[in-house]
Design a protein around this ligand. Structure first.
Ligand code: BDR
Ligand code: CA
Length: 382
C-alpha cells in the first residue's frame, strides 16, 4: 500500500520516477511518470549565488538549537565562503529562552561572539507550541550545559532589528532556516521590502513522504504549519529550496564521524559537543532503531555552499492544516507538460554523492577550532 504523497524509489533508469498525484486533501488521484533529465537547476542556482559582491555569501541563519542546529551554526560561522551576518532564534527544539542561550553559547565557544543573536517570536502564527524536548533534552542540548557566554542576545524588537541588519548589509542575503518558519513569516508580512534583499531561502523542513513528528508531518513544519504556508505565498519570486527528511536522512553521522568527535573530548568543549552527539544518537537508537543519527540542519548550509551536490526538482509545495494531516507538505513535482508548477520553489530529492563533502568540511572546521592557535585566540578558561 502506497503512503500518501510518497515518492516511489527510482526504477531501472534512475532518471525515471513514478510520482503519486495527490490532491490538496492528501488523496492520491493518479500516478505520473516523469523524466527529469535535462534539468540542471543545481548549477543554475549555484552560479547566481556565487555572484555576491565580496565573493562571500551573506547568510542569515534562523534556528532553534537544537542538537543538529548547532552543527549548522558551527559550519556557517567558520566556513570561509560564508559571511554569517546574524542569527535569529525560534522556539521549537526547546523554549525560546533556551534556544537563544544555546546559540549565544555555541558562538562563544567557537570564537564567533562577534555574530549577533536576535531573539525571534515567542508566538506562533497559529496553533499551540509542542516543543521537541523529548529529542533535544530539557535545554535543547541534551542536558549538556556549556559555560555561558558573557554576551546577551537582542531581546527587544529582535525581528525588527533582524530586518534592519539585513537591510543594511551590502549585497543580497541568503536566508537559511533550520527551525519553524515563524520568524520569516512575520518578517515578510511586516516588512515586504525585505523581499528585495533576499537572494534565496533555504529551509530544512517537510517531507515528501512520511513525517517524523506525526506520520504526516516533519517537525519544523508541524510546529507552525501556517507560517510555512504563508511564507510560500508571501515570498513571491524569491527562490526557496526545501530540504526534506528524505534528503536529510541520508546525511548520517557514522561511526567514523563519532570517533573523530570523540577525539576532541579531552577538551571541555569537545567533550560537551561529543555528549550532545551521544544524546542525539541515543534518541535515534531507541526510537528509530538506527545506530547512527541523521544530521538534518547543517545541510541547509551545505546546500548554500554546494548546490551541485544535491538533486533538486521544481515543485509546487502546499501545506496541509487539516486536523488528520496537520503540517504535511504536499509536493507536486514538475514534470514535462504540467504548466502549474512554480518555477521558484525547489525540493531536494537526493544527495548525489554517497560520501558527500559535508563531513570532511565539518571535521576540518572542528580540527581548526580545537587547534592550539585557535584555542589561544578564543581564550576561554575552562
Ligand atoms: C528538524 O526538527 C528538529 O528537531 C531538528 O532540529 C531539525 O531542524 C528535523 O525534523
Ligand atoms: Ca532545528
Amino acid at each position: 500500500m502506497l503512503a500518501d504523497n510518497q515518492l516511489l524509489p527510482p526504477e531501472a533508469n534512475f532518471e525515471i520516477y513514478v510520482i503519486p498525484m495527490v490532491n490538496p486533501d492528501g488523496v492520491i488521484h493518479g500516478m505520473a511518470r516523469t523524466n527529469m533529465a535535462g534539468l540542471d537547476l543545481n548549477r543554475h542556482w549555484g552560479e547566481n549565488i556565487l555572484k555576491a559582491p565580496n565573493n562571500k555569501i551573506n547568510v542569515w541563519l534562523d534556528c532553534d538549537p537544537g542538537l543538529d542546529d548547532i552543527l549548522a551554526i558551527i559550519y556557517a560561522a567558520h566556513c570561509d565562503r560564508i559571511d554569517l551576518i546574524g542569527i535569529s532564534t525560534s522556539p521549537g527544539n526547546s523554549s525560546l529562552e533556551n534556544t537563544t542561550r544555546n546559540a549565544l553559547d555555541m558562538l562563544y565557544h567557537i570564537g564567533r561572539s562577534d555574530i549577533q543573536v536576535y531573539m525571534g517570536s515567542n508566538q506562533l502564527i497559529n496553533g499551540d507550541m509542542k516543543l521537541a524536548d523529548h529529542v533535544h533534552g530539557e535545554n535543547g542540548l541534551g542536558g549538556v550545559h556549556l559555560k555561558q557566554s558573557p554576551r546577551q542576545a537582542i531581546t527587544e524588537h529582535g525581528l525588527q532589528k533582524t530586518y534592519e541588519k539585513i537591510m543594511s548589509t551590502e549585497g543580497q542575503v541568503v536566508w537559511a532556516n533550520t527551525g519553524s518558519l515563524t520568524n520569516l513569516c512575520i518578517l515578510l508580512l511586516t516588512y515586504p521590502k525585505l523581499k528585495s534583499k533576499l537572494k534565496e531561502i533555504v529551509i530544512m523542513g517537510g517531507a515528501i513522504g512520511k513525517g517524523n513528528t506525526t506520520p504526516a508531518a516533519e517537525f519544523n513544519i508541524f510546529f507552525d504549519p501556517c507560517a510555512f504556508k504563508n511564507v510560500l505565498k508571501l515570498k513571491g519570486d524569491i527562490p526557496l529550496v526545501m530540504i526534506p527528511l528524505e534528503t536529510t536522512h541520508i546525511n548520517i553521522a557514522g561511526e567514523d564521524v563519532y570517533e573523530r568527535f570523540k577525539g576532541y573530548s579531552s577538551h571541555p568543549f569537545g567533550l560537551a559537543l561529543y555528549n550532545t552527539m551521544l544524546c542525539y544518537q541515543d534518541f535515534y537508537i531507541t526510537v528509530n532503531k538506527i545506530p547512527f543519527p541523521p544530521y538534518h540542519d547543517p545541510l541547509t548550509i551545505f546546500y548554500i555552499l554546494h548546490p551541485e551536490e544535491f538533486e533538486v526538482r521544481p515543485a509546487n509545495v502546499e501545506v496541509d492544516t487539516h486536523p488528520g494531516s496537520y503540517g504535511r507538505t504536499n509536493i507536486y513535482f514538475s514534470y514535462p507538460g504540467v504548466p502549474r508548477v512554480s518555477s521558484s520553489t525547489l525540493v531536494t530529492t537526493n544527495l548525489l554523492n554517497e560520501k558527500t563533502k559535508f563531513w570532511d568540511e565539518m571535521l576540518r572546521i572542528m580540527d581548526m577550532i580545537f587547534s592550539p592557535e585557535m584555542q589561544k585566540t578564543i581564550g576561554i578558561e575552562y
